[in-house]
Design a protein around this ligand. Structure first.
Ligand SMILES: *Cc1c(COP(=O)(O)O)cnc(C)c1O
Length: 365
């Protein structure tokens, strides 16, 4: 990083942001690397989405539609929600950033949980607000602790459900209790990046519809397999969607992104296929690791947080996996130094991970 300039300085908070480090994708000396570090969909996007993407090449000289009407209508149909209260962005990252731009700023506080997603902090600092980290209880959101941390400066409260990197789920009644207990000026943001992977879960749309202080964010990067294209959306009360729509760039989504996402979400058969494969392979991965003495909390997402005895053992296992050409995610940056987050791949990938961890355990013993 370079030295700060003597006179030209970014706004307060900006230089407190640590540059983001994504999941790695390459290992020296390995031709076929198994990348299980970014919770990507091992089956990729729907074939219909790929077809729509290719067709978009014909119209690259034309500006995209700026109201995202066709995509919002498709999301509204598939999820049974009001398309007028959907706002689309370049990944849910952009929705999170727009929420901070619109609702957080100097003098305010943005709450997140102990092992919460790193982007909340970045977006809060970028907006000039102070990020506040609230303890969890056994890797689960603690609603009482969040409510106790609220005050007249609280602007936003972020929780992901299911949570990343823990994979745990906060019960819907607990989330409703949180929404009901917030101070009047605070907005609750429920990050549903992994909502599709959870059982019997509609992503808190009932709570959004019942209240005026709850917004959900969703993404096409996970179950829809489109992380490289950058598409996400938010669903909230009309007053929030109105504010975000004023802040967002009118052409924030490309035509390719819009048509591909529209085809992807309408292909509900593909989504269901990816969901059921994940349920099966996730159970296999968790059971295989548990059989080797490596526990994990029941995951409702497309990854498993494998817990080791201590940091040294987690790092040793990570090194061993790398030697085998497998990349998983170290989560010390999320205050979980003794754990590794492993994306649920396809059936063969899960067997390869279990086999490699079994080798590690054998050598360790
Ligand atoms: C992956 C992920 C997202 C998705 O980000 P995009 O910008 O939509 O790719 C959002 N929140 C959490 C917690 C995630 O893990």
């Amino acid at each position: 990083m370079s030295e700060p300039h003597p006179t030209i300085r970014p706004q307060p908070g900006i230089l407190d942001i640590a540059p983001y480090k994504g999941g790695e994708s390459k290992l020296a000396g390995h031709a076929s690397v198994l990348k299980l570090s970014s919770n990507e969909n091992p089956f990729g996007p729907s074939p219909l989405a790929l077809e729509a993407f290719r067709a978009a090449a014909q119209s690259l000289h034309i500006y995209p539609n700026s109201d995202h009407a066709a995509l919002r209508a498709a999301i509204g149909d598939v999820h049974g929600i009001d398309a007028e209260r959907i706002v689309c962005g370049a990944g849910s990252d952009e929705i999170i950033s727009l929420l901070c731009q619109a609702y957080a700023g100097p003098g305010g506080e943005v709450l997140q949980t102990e092992h919460g997603f790193g982007l909340y902090r970045i977006s809060a600092l970028a907006a000039g607000a102070a990020p506040v980290v609230v303890p969890e209880r056994e890797r689960r959101t603690d609603v009482d602790a969040l409510l106790a941390a609220c005050n007249e400066r609280t602007q936003l409260v972020f929780i992901a459900n299911p949570n990343n990197p823990t994979g745990t789920m906060t019960p819907v009644e607990e989330v409703a209790r949180l929404a009901a207990g917030l101070p009047p000026q605070a907005l609750l943001v429920l990050d549903g990046a992994y909502a599709e992977f959870a059982r019997d879960f509609n992503g808190h749309v009932d709570l959004v519809d019942a209240r005026d202080n709850v917004v959900v964010t969703r993404t096409f990067s996970k179950i829809h397999g489109l992380g490289g294209l950058r598409i996400g959306w938010g669903y909230g009360p009309a007053h929030v969607v109105d504010a975000l729509s004023r802040v967002r760039g009118p052409f924030n989504l490309s035509t390719a992104a819009l048509v591909t996402a529209t085809a992807a979400i309408r292909d509900t058969g593909w989504t269901e296929h990816c969901r059921s494969e994940n349920v099966r392979n996730r159970a296999r991965l968790a059971e295989g690791l548990a059989g080797l003495g490596i526990p994990s909390d029941p995951s409702e997402a497309n990854f498993v947080l494998a817990r080791f005895r201590d940091r040294a053992e987690a790092e040793a296992c990570d090194r061993h996996l790398r030697e085998q050409g497998i990349i998983v995610r170290r989560v010390a940056g999320y205050n979980l130094p003794a754990a590794l987050r492993i994306t649920v791949g396809d059936a063969a990938a899960c067997e390869r991970v279990i086999g490699a961890v079994a080798d590690f355990v054998r050598v360790r013993a």
